[in-house]
Design a protein around this ligand. Structure first.
Ligand SMILES: *Cc1c(COP(=O)(O)O)cnc(C)c1O
Length: 222
């Protein structure tokens, strides 16, 4: 069930904070997406290629689809024709594949590099050193003309330790600021910091997030 009251409240607050709301609709039916679309929401996030490529043709063409899951290289081609932003790029090889598939689709695809900030082993992402290496190897993305590296994404630990979560967000924000003033200083599009989910988005925003990915608060538990 879509919680339209929560949507009104959350979207108004985020708009006043200049934070982009990505409504995470994974596992939810197209009718739930239509309900928020009717209220003005345009940015939706999905985790699974098969599910996203099934939903996309059934829904309005002006939806901005964010791919927020772990993306396998052999699946990039299914979303390359329409995806708005890929949040989870975690290797040079994946970025190269996105570049190739973007060229094939005749477009440029915006990407975020995923940073591993959580203390858990299971979360995907690169560390700060690997991010810098990737940026050097691609001349801050210029060697891959069909992608644009638009910022960073990270997921904090699933933890009730608020201080730990806050410190992880702070670490990501400081890497983002460092890269923006250094390596990426000539790229005005390097401007997106995607951090924060239902449980931790308020902390993330306090620590400098400008894009949050919210599912269960809007669509109910999965
Ligand atoms: C599922 C998911 C979300 C949304 O999670 P909620 O806790 O339901 O808000 C955000 N980001 C990523 C990467 C996800 O996989």
């Amino acid at each position: 069930m879509v919680d339209t009251v929560a949507y009104e409240r959350i979207s108004a607050r985020l708009e006043s904070q200049h934070v982009t709301l990505v409504a995470v609709s994974k596992t939810k039916p197209a009718s739930d997406i239509e309900a928020l679309y009717a209220m003005g929401q345009r940015d939706f996030g999905e985790n699974y290629v098969q599910e996203l490529s099934g939903k996309q043709p059934q829904l309005p063409a002006d939806i901005r689809w964010h791919f927020i899951g772990h993306l396998q290289r052999n699946k990039v081609r299914f979303i390359a024709p329409f995806v708005h932003l890929i949040h989870g790029v975690d290797s040079l090889r994946l970025l190269e594949t996105v570049d190739k598939e973007a060229a094939r689709a005749g477009r440029r695809i915006d990407c975020l590099l995923q940073v591993h900030i959580a203390s858990e082993e299971t979360k995907f992402g690169m560390d700060a050193g690997e991010i810098r290496e990737l940026l050097m190897a691609t001349d801050t993305g210029r060697k891959l003309p069909n992608v644009r590296i638009c910022g960073l994404m990270g997921m904090a630990s699933f933890s009730h330790d608020h201080l730990l979560v806050r410190r992880e967000f702070q670490g990501l924000k400081s890497l983002f600021d460092d890269l923006r003033s250094g390596l990426m200083s000539s790229c005005d599009y390097f401007s997106i910091l995607s951090m924060g989910m239902s449980a931790d988005h308020e902390t993330a925003i306090e620590e400098g997030s400008n894009m949050v990915r919210i599912g269960s608060l809007l669509f109910g538990v999965r």
